[in-house]
Design a protein around this ligand. Structure first.
Ligand SMILES: [Zn+2]
Length: 98
C-alpha cells in the first residue's frame, strides 16, 4: 500500500501495465491509455465511468470487461484502442526478438 496512490479497489483488475504504459480497460470501443502512471489511468477510468454511468445502466457490475489475456483474440477484436491487443502485440514482439 503506497500512500501516494489512491486507486479504488474496483479499479485494480481493470488497470493493466504494458510496455507502452498503463491502460484502463473499458467495455466501450476504446480502452483508455496508455498513461504514464497507474494513478492517471485510474483517474481516467473514474471519469470514464462517470460519463458512461447513465448510458450503461443494465448489467453494469464492474466485472471484467475482457477475459484472460492469453485468450484474447486480437485478430477479431473490435476495439479501436485495446489494452489487451497492445499487450499481445508486445508479447509477440518479445517472442520474435528472443
Ligand atoms: Zn483487443
Amino acid at each position: 500500500m503506497r500512500a501516494d496512490l489512491n486507486i479504488p479497489s474496483s479499479h485494480e483488475k481493470r488497470l493493466i501495465h504494458t510496455a507502452f504504459g498503463w491502460y484502463a480497460l473499458t467495455r466501450e470501443q476504446s480502452d483508455l491509455g496508455p498513461f504514464p502512471s497507474k494513478q492517471e489511468a485510474s483517474e481516467a477510468l473514474t471519469r470514464h465511468i462517470q460519463v458512461y454511468k447513465g448510458v450503461n445502466t443494465r448489467n453494469d457490475h464492474g466485472d471484467k470487461p475482457h477475459t484472460g489475456i492469453s485468450l484474447h483474440d486480437s485478430a477479431h477484436c473490435h476495439k479501436t484502442n485495446c489494452a489487451l491487443c497492445a499487450e499481445a502485440y508486445i508479447l509477440r514482439q518479445g517472442m520474435i526478438a528472443s
